[in-house]
Ligand binder design. Structure first.
Ligand code: UDH
Ligand code: MN
Length: 379
């Protein structure tokens, strides 16, 4: 039995909810809000994984897999093929990005039947005008990598690119070094193929608009200009972090990236400064197009903030010619051609070098010390 008091409480709550709903519906654009309400009550992220093609964009963008289902699997002689059009007809603009917890790599593979061993792709019906390698620095972020692959493969296919995805995995537990991994990635990717553009890509940044084309400009390009974590704005003018695109020539002209930034921070600014020291400038897509969602995370174990970063940055002018691609040292531990990407595991050593000597010399065994003492006594 309800008491009188609780009856009143329920009545007031019911009226309150009605009032809120009425207020929302009566506002301008009520249709959008109704859709929003319906979305709340729908299974979360069902659209992203349903395998259906949503050709009509939802409020926050379209399905990244739309426009791709018609691509032919088998193709004729590549010699007879025309070049792909300058602007891909498959581009659709804003993309809906969400992170469904039940996504698996097998599902990503299933949705990308034209991607071949090592994470390579070329358009089946035309000859791509651009060949782009994606270089991803990585350690202990498999969860993020899965989402990036889910979005990046169809994103690049919609742009009709020939592409390959490389994950450069830092071996061991020593402090992370993002920029040095990029140098290793650059060299290893270029050994495999004559890529004309390299995209250096954080694992947790998902592009939200496929008009942000993954091709290089005449100068180094900073693609991640508008990230959600910075309110979709550039945090400061010289910012060069997240996702950037350079041709092999750009990369070598600035002597690649620095090798000596261990831990979080500073290396992206160093890279930005190198661009201008090498006589180039940073280009950017528009704020509308260079949008990225960052998968939320905390600072990783093994990637503490680098306290030396400001001192190091102040010296970039003196160091860029003697620290970079011309001095990078690493060892390839393994190279795996996986279905969705090429994984290259590298030993990049420590601040003390690639094979640093043990920190403390081993103490002399007791017996030996005794022998020496005895010998001294004899003398
Ligand atoms: N990375 C790894 N593993 C690591 C560290 C970094 O794979 O252990 C790679 C990865 O590609 C990542 C990139 O390096 O996207 C850059 O590192 P980050 O994502 O840690 O850098 P970010 O600027 O970090 O995003 C912000 C610090 C997060 C603190 C948030 C507290 N609210
Ligand atoms: Mn991050």
């Amino acid at each position: 039995m309800f008491s009188i008091q609780s009856k009143w409480r329920y009545l007031i709550m019911f009226l309150g909810i009605q009032l809120v709903v009425m207020a929302l519906l009566s506002r301008e654009g009520y249709q959008k809000r109704v859709t929003y309400f319906i979305r709340i009550f729908r299974k979360p992220d069902g659209g992203a994984l349903s395998g259906r093609n949503h050709t009509t964009p939802t409020i926050s963008g379209g399905d990244v897999y739309a426009n791709l289902s018609h691509l032919p699997k088998a193709h004729g002689h590549r010699d007879d093929m025309p070049y792909c059009p300058k602007t891909s007809p498959l581009i659709g603009g804003p993309i809906h990005v969400s992170f469904p917890s039940r996504l698996s790599l097998a599902e990503v593979e299933r949705k990308n039947p034209l991607v071949v061993r090592g994470g390579r792709y070329r358009p089946p019906d035309c000859v791509a005008r651009h060949r782009t390698a994606i270089i991803i620095p990585h350690r202990h972020r498999e969860h993020h990598l899965k989402f990036l692959l889910y979005y990046l493969h169809p994103f690049l296919q919609r742009q009709q690119l020939t592409y390959g995805i490389y994950v450069i995995h830092q071996a061991g537990n020593y402090t992370f070094n993002r920029a040095k991994l990029m140098n290793a990635g650059f060299r290893e990717a270029m050994k495999e193929e004559d890529w004309d553009c390299l995209f250096f890509h954080d694992v947790d940044l998902i592009p939200e608009d496929d008009r942000n084309t993954y091709v290089c400009d005449s100068n180094p390009k900073h693609a991640a200009i508008a990230m959600d974590k910075f309110g979709y704005k550039l945090p400061y003018k010289m910012y060069f972090g997240g996702v950037s695109a350079l041709t092999p020539l750009h990369y070598l002209k600035m002597n690649g990236f620095p090798n000596n930034y261990w831990g979080w921070g500073g290396e992206d600014d160093d890279i930005g400064v190198r661009v201008s020291l090498a006589g180039m400038y940073i280009t950017r897509p528009s704020l509308k197009v260079g949008r990225y969602k960052m998968i939320k995370h905390k600072l990783d174990k093994g990637n503490d903030v680098n306290p030396k970063r400001f001192n190091m940055l102040a010296k970039t002018r003196q160091t860029w010619r003697t620290d970079g691609m011309n001095t990078v040292e690493y060892e390839v531990i393994s190279r795996e051609y996986l279905p969705l990407y090429t994984n290259i595991t590298v030993n990049i050593g420590t601040e003390a070098g690639l094979h640093p000597p043990p920190r403390t010399p081993a103490p002399a065994p007791k017996a030996e010390a005794k022998d020496v003492a005895e010998k001294l006594k004899e003398k």
